[in-house]
Design a protein. Structure first.
Length: 388
């Protein structure tokens, strides 16, 4: 999504984003990552880890595949097969086995999984991690932003193969006690657990823009060839812009927002949800979510029934009245969401508490929106790797 970059140049602000394309907008506006540090080009996994975890601001360019998958060996253990994820009679894919110590409602089964995907790299502050063309791939490893680190940009990287056969096999990106994270133009595929997860600590100010969440898998907890665990955003102080993303072939948590100890303000705008064989949004308590200009195509469940009863506050723009009723709080006329293909009609949900909440954050939500009818074309042209 093109943002306020042109405005920054016009205003004479120095452009401090060497190798990073465009500038962070939305809640993570002002995130500069490694800034003007001289770019470095790691050639080995060890060098990549060293650049990510040292205390210097860095612009780290990825021009190859960093293959971590077998670097820490494997574990053979007992995994749980239970009917939540592995009984797929007549399904179009196998399910996922659970890695863990309990198996109350299932049966134990011998399993072997890779160790590296289960231990993310703990990235330090002030880093830009940027793929070159479509060459930047991290295989079998995720990144974690925790322990108070801040100001990190992840752009144009493909994260893939984190034990997709196993629930708890690995998360791609974890935000837990952090701030100012911009996740832009990446692709995430074939993970075991979450593609992005925030919690239990705060995620702070985050923009998740123009990413491809590719859920196609042969190990689906939904038994339908679509990954279930897409994005779980339940941090205790989260301000998240979710814009221009392509979420496809998923079956759940696409995304899930909020829980008991969360506090999440989420602006989801101009995302393209396609072939969701399950649910897109599942919104729970302690969440204020503004959903506008999103395009839902062949989505079984746009908002879970839970979203209506959990106490989470959702404003979902569906009608002209929904848009005009939001105008004074937002300072602009928001765009409506569209349900297309086989997406089922849904009941209205328009929380005035969400509008009050967003009226406090007007400066983080103003940029030129796409008209909803242009979302599929624009998202397919922009989202994922090799596009920025
Ligand atoms: C799954 O197993 C549990 C415990 O054995 C049972 O209560 C539940 O009904 C089963 N669900 C399905 C869908 O078979
Ligand atoms: C990150 O950069 C900011 C601004 O230059 C600086 O104040 C801060 O100390 C840096 N953080 C680390 C951990 O180096």
């Amino acid at each position: 999504m093109k943002s306020s970059f042109a405005t920054l140049i016009l205003a004479g602000v120095p452009v401090a984003f060497a190798q990073v394309k465009n500038a962070a907008f939305g809640f993570a506006a002002g995130t500069t990552g490694g800034g003007t540090a001289t770019p470095v080009y790691p050639t080995t996994t060890a060098q990549l880890v060293s650049y990510l975890t040292d205390s210097s601001p860095r612009v780290i360019m990825l021009d190859r595949t960093f293959d971590f998958l077998q670097t820490e060996g494997s574990t053979t253990a007992q995994c749980c097969s239970d009917n939540r994820t592995t009984k797929c009679p007549g399904g179009t894919s196998a399910g996922q086995l659970w890695i863990g110590d309990t198996c109350d409602s299932g049966t134990w089964q011998t399993c072997t999984y890779w160790n590296a995907p289960r231990k993310p790299i703990d990235v330090k502050s002030n880093k830009s991690i940027v793929g070159v063309g479509s060459k930047g791939v991290i295989r079998g490893k995720g990144l974690r932003f925790s322990g108070g680190v801040s100001n990190i940009i992840v752009q144009n990287i493909h994260f893939t193969e984190l034990n997709p056969q196993f629930v708890w096999g690995g998360d791609a990106l974890t935000l837990d006690n952090t701030d100012r994270i911009w996740i832009d133009h990446n692709k995430i595929s074939l993970v075991g657990r979450q593609m992005i997860v925030s919690g239990w600590g705060k995620a702070g100010r985050v923009t998740i823009s123009d990413n491809e969440f590719d859920g196609r898998t042969t190990w689906s907890a939904g038994c339908n060839g679509k990954h279930y665990w897409a994005a779980l955003l339940i941090g205790k102080e989260d301000y998240i812009t979710l814009a221009g993303n392509y979420l496809h072939d998923l079956s759940g948590r696409a995304p899930h927002l909020g829980t008991d100890n969360a506090a999440s303000v989420v602006h989801a705008v101009n995302n393209y949800f396609k072939n969701i064989g399950g649910h897109a949004f599942d919104i729970e308590k302690n969440t204020w979510a503004l959903l506008e200009g999103n395009y839902f195509e062949n989505v079984d469940t746009t908002l879970t029934p839970n979203t209506y009863t959990s106490g989470g506050q959702t404003y979902f723009i569906q009608t002209v009245a929904d848009a005009s009723n939001a105008q004074s709080a937002l300072g602009y006329i928001p765009e409506w969401n569209r349900l297309a293909g086989t997406s089922k009609a849904m009941n209205p949900i328009t929380s005035s508490q969400t509008l009050s909440k967003f009226s406090q954050y007007k400066s983080q939500i103003t940029w030129s929106h796409w008209k909803v009818e242009n979302v599929p074309t624009n998202v397919l042209n922009n989202a994922g790797v090799g596009k920025v």
